[in-house]
Ligand binder design. Sequence first.
Ligand code: G3D
Ligand code: MG
Length: 174
Amino acid sequence: MADYVLKICLLGDGAVGKTSLVYRYIENRFSRDFKSTLGVNLLKKKLTLDGDFAGKTASVQIWDLGGQQAYRKLRKLYLEGSQGALVVFDITSQASFDHLDDWIGSLIEIRGDKVPMILIGNKIDLEENKVITQEQADEYAKKYNIPLILTSAATGEKVEEAFKDLIMTIVKTI
Ligand code: G3D
Ligand code: MG
């Protein structure tokens, strides 16, 4: 039995890379052959914590929701009981950045404004197609007072850190 049993979720538009990030974190692989998530994917990861929590174990349930509008009705169910979220946009997609308010708003509405969140700018390997600058992302993160982490599910850059940061933030609030 783990010392902590947590439930976290991934939020953000379709195609920002949510499923790829989860897959990278859990399997440490990247696959282009995924089907886009239809309903909700439920995955589990067990890990050993460090820092002040060294030696403690956590079992983390990761909820990965299809981002499409059709699943909006599922949002409430999905967000209830979430102890924290990775809120993901794609640095090559203006729309995914513009919709962050909507995702964060839904989460805050259900879980309150103290719910741990990390803003993720994914696909940093696609630097040449970047449309959202680091400054824009930083400014947005400051508005909600949440950390920003730039990741690539393709190369694996900062993916483990992103999940770990969220998990540690949650554990510290328990
Ligand atoms: P979603 O779960 O948020 O809907 P997916 O997003 O994980 O299904 O990813 C959507 C597309 O983006 C996929 O490509 C996937 O391979 C790609 N992708 C995800 N993360 C990254 C990344 O960090 N870098 C790059 N270059 N691509 C990424 P396809 O072509 O299958 O639509
Ligand atoms: Mg998906």
